[in-house]
Design a protein around this ligand. Structure first.
Ligand code: PMP
Length: 372
């Protein structure tokens, strides 16, 4: 089996599995309990926070959530509610994950002015282009650090600096899901998800810098400073931290894999790389094998035990806004495949993939011509 769909989700690493099992067996006290077992669980949670904050390289607070969908909702709605008296303009992009895009749609219905900017309109300096739109009414800027469908990277440190130069009170939210552990992240609010870094599904976090406020979405027993109440999932928290600790720092292997794959794909007729050169992370490669619809190729690869994605797994049949945000024509968008690596993938995996793409092209492009 060759698993090349790591942007959708990753296999939990042994460290994460062991940490969860150990916490379940030995550290099952409620972190709010006043006795020793509760205190032990609370300690575990605080240690996990330190591990994740250290990897982020930022000072501030961390709130555990059920995943980045919730983190994004909490960040956007929480900040919009907290700062609505200051203004009503929010700037975001046309390439965001649905958990940001749909939340923005809801905020728009509630009267916020949402400005959605497309990378295609200023690919050479998207950060400056975004910051240009910031004015005194802008309460928030939200931009993903790495796009989940094509790996496009926005420099969140630079964007943060430029936005604050325009308006120091504008809150910067970064969907850091695909960038965490892979690239530097900056923001007043940063959404994270464990299952993209070999942790479990169902646990994520929202980083918050000390200088911004957010209001909660749910109300309960006062846990996590009332920002995200509910008994903390100690086992999942332990596994999240263990996965982060185990995630390698030297990611040059991704460059090798990407370079090799792109070189192999460049030998095939009418196959185009969609990931933008020098502006994309090396672990996500989007390409189009023209004339073969994504789903057809995806299932042909699946027959050969190779697992990739057509664009994004999160869209669930919805038409993604990402191809259009990058100016991709319909025929190219229809044949888009996304390959996303983990450190266990090998050069041989990419060779096998390229071989099977070639076979898929021969099979389906030819049969299409016969039918015509
Ligand atoms: N943002 C991005 C960029 C993502 O790729 C994903 C997951 N596909 C999410 C948010 C949502 O994360 P979760 O699955 O943890 O809800």
């Amino acid at each position: 089996m060759i698993y090349l769909d790591n942007a959708a989700t990753t296999k939990p690493c042994d460290e994460a599995v062991q940490a969860a099992a150990q916490a379940a067996r030995l550290c099952f006290g409620n972190p709010s309990s006043l006795h020793r077992m509760g205190i032990q669980s609370e300690k575990l949670i605080n240690e996990a926070k330190s591990v994740i904050l250290k990897r982020l390289g930022l000072q501030g607070e961390l709130f555990f959530t059920s995943g980045a969908t919730e983190s994004n909702n909490l960040a956007l709605r929480g900040a919009a509610q907290a700062y609505k008296r200051r203004g009503n303009k929010i700037i975001t992009t046309a390439m965001e994950h649905p958990s940001v895009a749909r939340t923005m749609d809801e905020l728009e219905k509630e009267g916020f002015e949402i400005v959605r900017l497309s990378p295609k309109d200023c690919l050479e300096d998207f950060e400056a282009y975004m910051a240009d739109s910031v004015d005194e009414r802008t309460i928030m800027v939200s931009c993903m650090a790495v796009n989940n469908e094509n790996g496009f990277k926005t420099d969140s440190e630079r964007l943060y600096k430029l936005v604050k130069q325009k308006n120091k009170d504008t809150v910067v939210h970064t969907d850091g899901v695909q960038g965490f552990c892979k690239t530097a992240l900056k923001g007043d609010l940063i959404s994270l998800s464990a299952h993209k870094v070999h942790g479990f599904k169902g646990i994520g976090a929202l980083y918050k810098s000390d200088n911004v406020r957010i209001l909660p979405l749910v109300f309960g027993g006062g846990q996590q400073k009332n920002i995200r109440p509910g008994t903390e999932p100690v086992e999942l928290v332990a596994s999240f931290a263990a996965a982060v600790k185990a995630y390698p720092c030297d990611l040059s292997h991704f460059d090798e894999l990407k370079n090799h794959l792109c070189e192999r794909l460049s030998r095939l007729e009418d196959v185009y790389i969609n990931s933008i050169e020098n502006k994309s992370v090396p672990n996500i490669v989007s390409f189009s094998a023209m004339g073969v619809r994504s789903e057809i190729m995806l299932h042909a690869l699946e027959e050969k035990e190779i697992f990739v994605s057509s664009g994004s797994a999160c869209s669930k049949g919805r038409i993604s806004s990402v191809p259009d945000a990058f100016g991709l024509k319909a025929d190219r968008a229809d044949s888009t495949l996304r390959v996303s690596f983990c450190m266990e993938n090998t050069i041989e995996d990419t060779d096998k993939l390229a071989e099977e793409i070639e076979n898929g092209i021969l099979r389906f492009r030819r049969s299409k011509r016969c039918r015509a």
